[in-house]
Design a protein around this ligand. Structure first.
Ligand code: HEM
Length: 497
């Protein structure tokens, strides 16, 4: 009896799965869109779980296989999903047709307080929070913050010099310590001395470190809002006590000290003073509780540590295998140190054009975020291929593949900072390490300063050499990140004052 029930259940499930797969295929064929029929139900998500590597690599296989198609239907349980291939269509989704594609494409569940941040918010709540946090990144604020980042970079060099053990091996973790100190100091105003071993670093590392659980959770959230809601999935619950406690303490202390530091804590005080945030167009209201403010802090912390460390890391990887480019960077850095008596101010860092070109090219070849997601919220049409997209469709757009497409960047595997020289003929229409359109990264200008501070101070005192352990670059298993593994960067001290 028991066996018969199991057998009937199994057959029923198989028929159900078969019907979903067929339905997915029919859905896109009816719209004249090619469908990736290898896994009709779970599409590339299945490959992502069963193969080593990052999600952007799985999308890359499809990008190669279906190049020339405007977009490709992919299985995503019972939700229609499109992988957008043509760069013009990508631009349409990310930038041009904001009315139809302003949704992040991932559903966080209500109980996950810290997930209620700008990255994952949608609609009028997103608009209110994005408007409230934008003043944190004005030019005047960034100039103020730069002194703190620069101080963290100087302290980091001292720390590196005192710990020769860190000169060899995978330096990613080491670079994260600098990024954490810079973010904690510049954005949160925590500590006047750079702290290289802080509880914030532990949290930032944990949040961004991929685990089987976080990979499955995030994939289900992207693939099927229904299943994610049904299971009550959460990503950040375990950090709530620490982060909400820490943000409450910092803001309350700032209120008591009654000093202005023009950072995140000051913005929080202002938001709380103004009371409930209201969107007049829709009547949406948002209470500036410590929970929601901490959610923003959590994302800023994670974003200021992992991707920024990634860019510095890949910049060093490329410089460590291109001595001629490294020499030019060293020359520019040394000239500026000597000309300005070792003081690298905000204006000085902005003068270092060649170093900036090198960082841009590192983010071209190896963008830290390899793909973006959106959800269609209003029926629309993609211009290339005239593809009808219905509200509710999940959209996947490549970054890595576009940055490494020979039709957009000739010889994409060649590391060539001249692509970003002033007057270069190469178009940067599709350059998007920070995304595109109204949901583009809010911290882009901030990040550029932090990366430059790290690169410039480390390279003033060290030279770098790269040892790649495999012939092909390998990447960590992660849904959105592009994190090289099995490649070491060696720091070798330079003979400077
Ligand atoms: C190298 C460092 C960084 C890279 C490469 C990066 C990249 C990105 C990308 C690709 C997006 C998605 C954009 C889109 O959907 O079009 C994004 C969004 C975002 N980033 Fe960054 N980011 C970095 C650092 C930061 C930092 C330091 C902060 C804050 C301090 C930050 C805050 C945000 C926020 C809040 C969003 C969500 C924006 C929205 O949905 O409105 N990021 N970032």
């Amino acid at each position: 009896m028991f066996l018969s029930v199991v057998l009937i259940g199994l057959i029923g499930t198989l028929i159900f799965v078969y019907l979903i797969g067929n339905n997915n295929e029919r859905y896109w064929k009816k719209r004249g869109v090619k469908f990736h029929s290898k896994n009709k139900v779970s599409g590339i998500f299945w490959d992502y779980f069963t193969q080593k590597g990052a999600m952007f690599e799985r999308l890359g296989e499809l990008y190669q296989q279906y190049k020339g198609e405007p977009a490709l239907g992919i299985g995503s349980m019972m939700t229609p999903a499109l992988f957008v291939i043509d760069p013009k269509n990508v631009q349409h989704v990310l930038q041009t047709d904001f009315n139809s594609f302003h949704h992040r494409g991932v559903d966080m569940n209500d109980g996950d307080q810290l997930a209620d941040n700008i990255m994952f918010m949608n609609g009028p709540r997103w608009k209110l929070m994005r408007q409230s946090m934008t003043p944190l990144f004005t030019s005047a604020k960034l100039k103020n913050m730069y002194y703190i980042m620069d101080k963290s970079a100087q302290d980091f060099v001292v720390y590196l010099k005192e710990h020769p053990k860190l000169w060899e091996g995978d330096c990613f973790e080491t670079l994260m310590t600098f990024c954490n100190a810079a973010v904690c100091g510049a954005i949160f105003g925590i500590g006047t001395e750079s702290i290289f071993d802080s509880p914030f670093l532990k949290v930032a590392k944990k949040i961004t470190a991929p685990s089987l659980k976080s990979n499955i959770t995030f994939t289900l959230m992207s693939m099927s809002p229904t299943i994610s809601k049904f299971l009550g999935l959460s990503l950040f619950k375990q950090y709530e006590d620490f982060l909400i406690g820490a943000v409450t303490n910092v803001v309350e202390q700032r209120k008591k000290d009654n000093v202005k530091r023009h950072d995140f804590a000051d913005i929080c005080i202002n938001i709380q003073k103004n009371g409930t945030m209201k969107d007049p167009a829709t009547g949406t209201e948002l209470e500036p509780t410590y929970g929601i403010l901490s959610a923003q802090a959590m994302f800023f912390l994670a974003a200021g540590v992992e991707p920024v460390a990634n860019v510095i890391f890949t910049t060093f990887i490329e410089l460590g295998r291109h001595p001629e480019i490294l020499e030019k960077v060293h020359k520019e850095i040394d000239e500026h140190f000597e000309k300005h008596n070792g003081i690298i101010s905000y204006d000085v860092i902005n003068e270092m054009e060649y170093t900036d070109q090198v960082i841009n090219e590192a983010m071209r070849k190896n963008p830290p975020i390899g793909l973006l997601t959106r959800r269609c919220v209003k029926d629309t049409v993609l211009p290339v291929g005239n593809i009808k997209v219905e509200s509710g469709t999940n959209m996947f757009t490549p970054i890595y593949q576009i940055h490494n497409d020979p039709d957009i960047y000739p010889d994409p595997h060649v590391f060539d900072p001249e692509r970003f020289a002033k007057g270069s003929k190469q178009s940067d229409e599709f350059y998007m390490p920070f995304g595109m359109g109204s949901r583009m990264c809010i911290g882009a200008r901030y990040s550029r300063l932090q990366m430059a501070a790290g690169v410039v101070h480390v390279l003033r005192h060290f030279t770098v050499k790269t040892k790649q352990l495999e012939t092909e670059m390998k990447f960590k298993t992660h849904f959105v990140n592009v994190r090289p593994i099995d490649v070491d960067v060696e720091f070798i001290p330079r003979n400077v004052k």
